[in-house]
Write a protein that binds this ligand. Sequence first.
Ligand code: ATP
Ligand code: MG
Length: 468
Amino acid sequence: MQLKRPLAASFAAARTCSQEKGSQVIQVDIPEPVKSVLNVLESGGYEAYCVGGCVRDSLLGRVPEDWDAATSALPEETMALFPGRAFPTGLQHGTVTVREGSLRVEVTTFRTDGTYADSRHPDSVTFTRLLEDDLSRRDFTVNAMAVDLRDQLTDPFGGQADLREGILRCVGDPEKRFSEDALRILRCLRFSAALGFSVEAETARGLRSCRELLRGIAAERVQVELTKLLCGFAAAETLREFPEVVGTVLPELLPMVGFDQHSRYHCYDVWEHTLHALDAVPAEPVLRWAVLLHDAGKPACFTRDERGGHFYGHPAVSAQIADAILRRLKFDNATREAVTTLVLWHDRDIPRTEKGVRRALMKLGETRLRQLTEVKRADNLGQAPEFRTRLRELERGTQILDGLLTQNACFSLKQLAVSGRDLMELGFRGPEIGTALNRLLSAVVDGDLPNETAALLSAARAQDFLSV
Ligand code: ATP
Ligand code: MG
C-alpha cells in the first residue's frame, strides 16, 4: 500500500507521548467547554470521551472542526445532568446537544447499530455501556478512536497505526460495512482526497464491489461528500484511482476517461487533462466543480480531420451537462449558475484590452471574471507544456482588470450616470427603459460615450436612438 503523503505519519508520531500499561497516553488539546462537559458526565458516574473526527484530526496536528463526545450515560441521564442547557437534537440516535459557554457539544450515548435494510439508515440502534461496542460501529479505523480527560487513548482497531501510515481501512468487513451504509463509500474517497491517505486493498475492493448501492443515497448527501472530495488537496489522485466509483454518481464523467484528444495542444486524454487542471485550481467548491466539468462535453463533440481532433461547441455541451448534474445533486441556484457560466465561458477569448475586459466585466461581474481567470489558468496548466503560453496573457488581463477597478470604470447599470427615472423624464416608457439603459451602458463600455449624465441624456434624446 502506498502512502500518498507521508506527512501524516510524522504528525501522528510526534503527538504520541508515552506508553502506559498497554494503553496510550497522547496529547490532545481538548477545548475547555468540551472538557467541562466530559467532567460533568464523569462526576455523574458515567464514562465520557472525545471520539471520532476530532481525535483523528488532533493526532494529525490539525484543528478539529467540531468535537463530538460519547458517553455511557443514556440520553435521559445526560439530559438530567445539564438541566436547562441540554437539547434532545437526535434522541432516536442517542444524541443530546449541550450548550456550554459559546460552544455546543454533541453528546451521543454509546450505541451499536442494528441491521440496515436500505444501505442508509440502521433499522434500530441499541444503546450500550461499552465504549468498544460504540467504536466498532464507526466507519474507518482512523475514525474509531476515543480519548478521555486524562489523555488516555482507546484504539481497538489500530487507528493510530493506520494514521501513521496514511491508510483508510474499514472497521470490520468492508463489504458488509459498505452495504450497511453506502455513504461510507463516498466518505472513504473524501477522506482519501482530504487527508491524502491511500485506501487499504480490501477496503478498496469492498467499495468498488458495493459502488452500485450509491444510487440509493440522497442527492444532498452525495453533493456534500463530492464537494469535500473535490476540495481535498489529493482530489485528482483519488479520482484517478476510483473513476468507476465516482462514475456511479456522476456517469457523465466516464466518457472522458481515456478519451484521446488527437491534438497537439494536449499531452493527456480528456480525463487526465481534467485531473491536471483540477490540481492547478484553488480548492474552492465553484472552481473545483467548474474544472471537473469544463470538458465533460468533449467526447460528444469530437470530430477529426487531417489537422487532428476538434471539439467544436464543447463548452455549451459541457455547460448543459454541468447544469443537469448540479440540478440532480440539488445544488443551490447560485452555485449552479456560477459553475455553468464558468464552464460555458472557459474557452472564450477575452481580449487583453480595456474594452475587452470592460465587456467581460459587464457580462460576468468582477467575481465571476476572476473565477474565470482561475479556470482558464488551470485549463492551460493541464495542456502540453509547450502550449502553456496563455498564463502570461491571463496575467495581463488581470492587470487590466485591476487597473479598471481602481479607476472605478463603469461596467454595470448601477454605475451608469443616468437612471431609469432620468429616461422616463425624457419620455421613455415600459420595456424601452431597459433597452435604452443597456444600450447606453454598452456604448460607455465600448468607449463610444463618456459616463457623464449630459452626454448620455443627449445620446438618448437622438431621434433614432432606439431604432439603430
Ligand atoms: P469531518 O467532521 O471532518 O467531516 P468526521 O469523521 O468527524 O469528519 P462526522 O460526520 O462528523 O465525520 O462523524 C463523526 C464520527 O462519526 C466519524 O468520525 C465516525 O466515527 C462516525 N461516523 C460518521 N458517519 C458515519 C457512517 N456513515 N458510518 C459509520 N460511522 C460514521
Ligand atoms: Mg466531525
